[in-house]
Each structure stands twice: as C-alpha cells, then as structure tokens.
Write a protein that binds this ligand. Structure first.
Ligand SMILES: CC(C)(COP(=O)(O)OP(=O)(O)OC[C@H]1O[C@@H](n2cnc3c(N)ncnc32)[C@H](O)[C@@H]1OP(=O)(O)O)[C@@H](O)C(=O)NCCC(=O)NCCSC(=O)C[C@](C)(O)C(=O)O
Ligand SMILES: [Mg+2]
Length: 349
C-alpha cells in the first residue's frame, strides 16, 4: 500500500492533482443508455434534464459487433448535450479489463471527451490491482491530453473475488467515487441458482415451525443480497465513497423495483441504476428523503442547536447520535434541494 503522502500524488507528470474530497454531486439514478442506437441517443437531450446521471454503456448488453459504434456514439453524445450546463453527470461503463476493447475505449474517451466525462465505471473489478492499473492508465492519458479535472472511478462488485476484496477496492485510489452491486454477474460467479437481475427470489425464505393444529405455516421471502450489500455499504462508508444498488432487471415489476431501491436507500446507498425510462421516477422518489422525515429531522437539529444533550420530541428521545442521524437526512435533502426545484419546494428550503 502507498504511504499517506504518496496516496494523493499525481501518477504521471502533467496529470491533474487527485481529488482530496469527492465533488458533492446528487446521483440518485444512473440512467443507462445504449449509445450505439441512434434512436435512443437522439432522446438523451430530452431525458437528461430528468436525471442526475447519464451513463453511456459500452459493456454487457451491447453486442460485440457494435462496440465500436457504441464508443463513437458516446463521444457524439458527449458533444451533443451540454451535461455540465444541465448539472447532469456523464459516466461511461467501459468493457472489463480482460476484454479486447477496454484499452482503446479508455484511450479514446480521454482523448476525445476527457474534460466532459465525470466517472468511468469499471465492471467485474476483482481486487485493488484492477484499480491501480486503470488509475495509472488514466493519469498517463490525462497528462497526454491536458485534461485538468481527474476522471473518477466507479467499481462494479460482480464476482466472488471482488466481494472478498471490496474493502481494498474502495480504498485503492483517490479516484474512487463509489461501488455498485452487479447482481447478475455476481450470481453467476457464485453459482447461485437464479436467472434474475437483482431483487428477491420466491425460493429464498424462512418458514414458521409446524403448528400442532395443522394450520398453514407462515413463510416470507428473505433478501438474497443482504450480506453482500451490507459488506459493500460498510466498505464504501469507511472509505468515504458512495454505495449504489445497481440494476433491477424486472422492468415490468415497478413495485418490487421500488422496494429494492428503498431497501438500498435505507441501508445508506446514494442511488441506483435506471435501465428503462420508467425506473427514473422510482429512483428519484426513493432516493430523495421523505419530506415528512426531513421536517422531523429539522426539528431535532433545532431542539439541540449545539448537537449535545438530550431532548424529547413527540415521545422520542433525542441525543448526540440522533442529532447526527438528523444531520445526514437534512444534508442530503439540502443537496437535493440545491439541484431540484421540485424537492426544494417540498422540503421548504
Ligand atoms: C431493457 C430494454 C432492452 C427495454 O427496451 P424496449 O425497447 O423493449 O422497452 P420499451 O418499453 O418498448 O421502450 C419504450 C421507449 O423507451 C425507449 N427506451 C428504452 N430504454 C431506454 C433507455 N435506457 N434510455 C432511453 N430510452 C430508452 C425505447 O427506445 C422506447 O422508445 P420509443 O417509444 O421512442 O420507441 C432497454 O430499456 C435497454 O436497453 N435498457 C438498458 C439495458 C442495459 O443497459 N443493460 C445493462 C445494464 S444491467 C447489467 O449489465 C447487469 C450487471 C450490473 O452487469 C450485472 O448485474 O452483472
Ligand atoms: Mg455484469
């Protein structure tokens, strides 16, 4: 591991100084766009003002013979829409590091759109070595092309080895912005017997003991992802970066999508991916704190102006710890209100 002083040194002569703090950005939904499809790309200008992040996807879901078109489409998209002026992040998911495509992709992205791309999402990250590699590569390319703002990195957790190493991945570079759960590849990597992309499974449940009178036994579905998810959230929080849920593949089940996103929000996630336009509004509602909860949190802050002591509000004990919980909620709401006029009105900021 690097020394404390070495950690924040630029990795190439002429590369920009790494971020010391992550830029404060609202990232409730990472909206996936297949950039090789001109018809979909043409609508990005319309969709962008409704989302926090547009992601150009180059990896899975893009056919092998369309990888070049997807890369060209990404560069075109970065020029066609002024994402910065809209306050919308521009991310790109590259192909994985053992694929034949990633090298040309990273080189082209930095050369042609290095000043416009905020985050590169790296799939199937197995350990910190993957981040060291891409960190160095980016620094060399940023230096070569005079990019002045370091491109951040986002890792997808989608192999058993990646889950094992998530703490080191999260802390591998000052470029690390966050980690997303990739439940489809992770399921395959672990030989889990499910064909779903995230969410629950009707077979994974707990059941009540038998009743002596023979009445039916109550049984409920459990969360297949809880362990991995909690591990990922702790790794990200400990390293000061953001955890995200990832995709919910059942586009036809908005109720389950909302529940999965809500579980992620409650566990500490900043956002989730939207694969289809119908999932944008779900993520926006879920990852914007509830106005009633924000109002209650503000009462806690007002009751304890210096954040210490003890108070009672509506029968609930408040102390230094609940003050911190309230601050998390109010800070999140303030950040959203600064970007989103609809929520500024709902929160009364
Ligand atoms: C699921 C699909 C095929 C259904 O596409 P569709 O055309 O069948 O849907 P639709 O309901 O008929 O579409 C309605 C309209 O919305 C448009 N539309 C539809 N989607 C989008 C979009 N994303 N952005 C912008 N516009 C979109 C679509 O073009 C159409 O426009 P129209 O009315 O003018 O004809 C389509 O939504 C899509 O391609 N979504 C992105 C899929 C994707 O990126 N998958 C990879 C990420 S998940 C993953 O990789 C896993 C992970 C992490 O790696 C791991 O767990 O391991
Ligand atoms: Mg995947």
């Amino acid at each position: 591991m690097k020394t404390a002083r070495g950690f924040f040194k630029p990795l190439a002569i002429g590369a920009p100084a790494p971020w010391r703090e992550l830029p404060a950005r609202v990232e409730r939904m990472i909206h996936f766009v297949p950039p090789h499809l001109e018809k979909v790309r043409a609508k990005v200008g319309e969709i962008a003002p409704t989302v926090d992040v547009i992601l150009a996807n180059l990896e899975d879901a893009i056919p092998a013979d369309a990888k070049g078109a997807a890369l060209a489409g990404t560069i075109a998209m970065s020029r066609e829409v002024d994402f910065k002026a809209l306050g919308v992040g521009l991310w790109v998911r590259i192909n994985c590091l053992n694929s034949p495509w990633h090298l040309d992709e990273v080189a082209t992205l930095v050369e042609k759109a290095g000043d416009r791309i905020d985050v590169i999402m790296v799939p199937k990250v197995e350990g910190p070595w993957d981040i060291f590699y891409i960190d160095q590569l980016l620094a060399s390319l940023e230096a070569k092309h005079g990019v002045t703002r370091p491109i951040l990195l986002h890792a997808i957790l989608e192999t058993a080895e990646g889950v094992m190493n998530v703490e080191q991945i999260a802390g591998a570079s000052p470029r690390m912005q966050g980690v997303s759960l990739g439940p489809a590849d992770l399921a395959a990597s672990r030989a889990m017997k499910t064909t779903r992309v995230g969410g629950g499974h009707p077979g994974y449940r707990v059941i009540e003991d038998p009743h002596t009178d023979g009445l039916p036994r109550a049984s409920v579905q459990q969360d297949l992802w809880h362990y991995t998810f909690a591990k990922m959230v702790d790794a990200c929080a400990a390293h000061g970066i953001k955890p995200f849920y990832g995709p919910f593949g059942a586009i036809d089940d908005p109720v389950a999508c909302e529940q999965q996103f809500r579980n992620a929000f409650l566990m500490g996630c900043a956002g989730a991916w939207s694969l289809h336009p119908s999932q944008i509004a779900i993520a926006k509602t879920v990852f914007s704190p509830d106005p009633a909860e924000v109002a209650f949190a503000r009462r806690i802050l007002e009751a304890m102006p210096d954040g210490s002591g003890v108070a009672m509000i509506d029968g609930k004990m408040q102390d230094d710890a609940t003050w911190k919980q309230a601050k998390v909620m109010v800070d999140c709401a303030r950040q959203i209100a600064a970007k989103d006029a609809e929520y500024a009105a709902l929160y009364g900021f």
